[in-house]
Write a protein that binds this ligand. Structure first.
Ligand code: HEC
Ligand code: HEC
Ligand code: HEC
Ligand code: HEC
Ligand code: HEC
Ligand code: HEC
Length: 497
């Protein structure tokens, strides 16, 4: 028989090593091909393909070299070759039988390992895997996701997706994430924004056609003040979403202006993109307008060197699915549904306080909420604590639910750390630019005028009459703060840093 390799190669260790390497390599090729043909790509299979199997390949190669080296030394010393393979004589019925069973076993093993790696491949794509495999790490994102409008959209749909470049990037960062999780090196909370998130054009726009015209969206919000009576306050807003393109008819509203026809570029002074000192808008007809902050102006040199970002969906919809709700909003919501009884005195402020205490673990939080709320009513309203026991228990359960969906002490996650850019009440949001303090060279101001983005159709305080007008009523802040709400950002008071 002709031999391809030097004689030192033919020894048991080297041959076993070669077998391990080639089978692992075969599996890598198999999984890679599988991944290429599958429409949806699965990032974490990379762990198997690019971490675990390569370890076996390397181990096999190590054996090959060790075996060859050892054999070479034996050769030099004049010792005989070590390889003594069994002779198989298929004419001998005993040997034939053994040969048959061993071959069958080997074949089954091959089939099962291919099937097993295929199953592993399937599993790594599931949201269950993404969300729970690294349980503590991803628990905030996964929990928020489960209660969001995108709960049926796979993690991979937004975070990975088709395209070779992103495929490789996702594999590499997936591999790094595994390393970080195993060695407990991940940051808490996981920082946002994600630097290498796929561009919105390739993710959101697979499902949301950007030229589609969205009509106005009506928001009917209920609020309760932090007073003893939990004074009720109602607001009916018509948000001018808009969108569309020139062929499709009217182009207007928030979406048209921001993304489709215009090209908006901005510079952010912080990593969370909350402080925006410079904006350039380029119109369809090519007119360019530059707005500069009068509060934190940048020098021309800084503008030249700092990173500029083209605005896309994520700059407003940065929390489409991992939404950590501000506590005031969640409590208003369950109170308006009656799940927390609005007749319980001070229940708004008591619930808010219980949620906002700093807790070290989830369990400590849940227990303390119960204690604090029970204690409050027993001390201040002992009679009510007995007669309204059911309402109080229900309120506690609702507050605990809000807590467990929005606060993750172990990961240091809460609403304060993750600004949502869609509005302006609890975070700067739209007012990062539309604050009346960004001015163009020819004096145009990005105004904070309340009717630019929405029309306030109706507003009502508990006992006062309904103020209603289709062309919009003037805003009235629920508690008297003078003109502060016109001059400051809402978030300065509603989410003080
Ligand atoms: C609808 C699209 C979408 C889906 C579905 C989605 N994400 Fe996200 N994810 C985002 C966006 C957008 C961000 C924030 C990006 C930014 O601000 O740069 C984000 C951020 C994150 C972050 C960084 C920390 C943070 O909270 O900002 C993690 C971790 C994460 N996602 C994990 C997951 C997991 C796990 C799933 C599935 C259970 C998932 N995502 C599903 C869009 C999505
Ligand atoms: C795989 C398809 C898919 C992708 C990708 C996707 N979405 Fe959605 N999105 C949906 C569906 C379906 C709904 C409607 C859910 C419902 O009405 O309950 C929705 C709803 C929404 C809503 C309305 C939410 C609400 O409060 O009712 C917004 C805003 C939105 N998506 C933004 C985004 C953004 C931004 C991205 C990119 C980060 C994105 N979507 C990616 C399918 C998708
Ligand atoms: C200037 C900020 C801004 C940008 C950029 C932006 N949006 Fe929106 N979008 C909004 C606002 C504000 C709303 C309405 C408020 C709400 O959903 O609560 C909205 C609503 C939506 C809705 C829900 C419509 C409904 O009827 O509920 C979808 C879907 C959506 N946007 C998708 C997108 C996509 C896709 C992109 C990127 C092509 C995008 N948006 C870019 C601000 C923006
Ligand atoms: C990065 C800065 C920036 C952010 C953030 C931003 N905008 Fe704007 N927006 C602009 C600029 C610049 C213009 C004016 C473009 C022009 O006419 O030159 C504009 C214009 C608009 C207009 C059109 C106003 C008009 O005069 O017709 C609407 C509506 C609008 N923005 C809504 C929003 C909403 C809603 C949000 C928050 C979800 C938001 N914007 C966030 C920069 C921003
Ligand atoms: C640049 C656009 C823009 C301007 C200017 C603006 N708003 Fe808004 N506002 C929004 C958007 C977008 C939302 C919707 C957020 C959401 O969907 O939760 C909103 C929501 C609100 C809400 C409901 C908040 C909540 O979370 O319950 C109130 C109240 C409100 N605006 C009042 C005002 C008042 C008062 C002014 C004038 C000082 C004003 N807005 C100016 C874009 C704007
Ligand atoms: C100078 C500080 C300040 C500013 C600025 C301010 N608010 Fe308030 N706001 C308050 C106080 C104080 C309350 C009463 C809090 C309570 O009773 O829980 C309140 C209560 C509210 C409530 C009802 C209670 C709730 O949280 O559910 C709403 C809604 C509200 N403000 C909206 C706004 C909006 C929208 C803006 C920006 C246009 C704004 N506020 C700006 C101080 C401020």
């Amino acid at each position: 028989m002709k031999r391809f390799f030097p004689p030192a190669f033919y020894n048991l260790r080297t041959l076993i090593g070669a077998a391990i390497s080639s089978v692992s390599f075969g599996l890598v090729v198999f999984l890679t091909i599988l991944d290429l043909f599958e429409g949806e790509q699965k990032p974490y299979i990379g762990i198997l393909t690019f971490i675990i199997l390569p370890i076996f390949i390397l181990f096999g190669l190590g054996l090959v070299f060790y075996g060859t080296w050892r054999e070479h030394r034996r050769e030099k010393k004049g010792l005989p070759h070590e390889l003594k393979l069994p002779r198989i004589d298929l004419n001998d019925p005993k040997q034939r039988n053994a040969f048959f069973w061993i071959s069958l076993g080997g074949l089954m093993l091959l089939i099962f390992s291919a099937f097993g790696s295929f199953k592993a491949y399937e599993y790594t794509d599931s949201d269950q895997f993404c969300g729970t495999m690294c349980h503590d790490v991803m628990s905030p994102e996964y929990t928020a996701y489960e209660f969001s409008p995108h709960a049926r959209v796979g993690c991979a749909k937004c975070h990975i997706g088709p395209g070779a470049g992103w495929f490789v990037r996702a594999k590499l960062s997936g591999a790094y994430q595994v390393y970080a999780t195993i060695f407990n090196k991940y940051p808490r909370p996981i920082p946002t924004p994600i630097e290498n998130l796929r561009p919105a054009q390739e993710t959101c726009e697979q499902c949301h056609w950007p030229k589609h015209f969205y009509s106005e969206k009506s928001l009917k919000n209920s609020y309760f003040l932090s007073d003893e009576k939990n004074t009720h306050w109602m607001l009916d807003l018509l948000i001018k979403i808009g969108g569309g393109n020139i062929e499709a008819g009217p182009t207007s509203g928030i979406h048209w202006h921001m993304n489709i026809a215009n090209e908006l570029t901005y510079i952010a002074a912080d990593s969370q993109r909350q402080n925006i000192p410079w904006i350039r808008s380029k119109n369809v007809d090519g007119t360019v307008v530059v707005y500069r902050s009068t509060e934190n102006p940048l020098t021309d040199e800084q503008i030249g060197t700092m990173k500029k970002r083209r605005m896309d969906c994520i700059d407003c919809h940065n929390r489409p699915t991992h939404i950590y709700h501000p506590p005031a909003r969640s409590i208003n919501h369950v109170m308006s549904l009656g799940w927390i009884n609005p007749n319980l005195p001070n229940v708004k402020s008591v619930s808010l306080k219980a949620l906002e205490m700093p807790y070290s673990t989830k369990q400590a939080g849940l227990d303390s909420i119960k204690l604090a709320m029970e204690d409050y009513y027993q001390t201040n309203y002992p009679v009510l604590a007995r007669t309204e026991q059911d309402s109080i228990s229900r309120a506690i359960i609702e507050v605990q639910k809000i807590f467990s969906r929005n606060y993750f002490p172990e990961m240091h996650v809460s609403w304060k750390k993750f600004p949502d850019n869609i509005g302006h009440m609890y975070y700067p949001g739209c007012f990062r630019c539309h604050d009346g303090k960004h001015v163009s060279d020819d004096g145009k101001v990005l105004s904070r005028e309340c009717n630019v983005c929405h029309t306030i159709l109706a507003q009502q305080f508990e006992k006062e009459g309904l103020r209603l007008s289709l062309s919009g009523v003037e805003y009235k802040h629920p508690v008297d703060i003078g003109n502060a709400w016109k001059e400051m950002n809402c978030s300065d008071c509603h989410n003080p840093q």
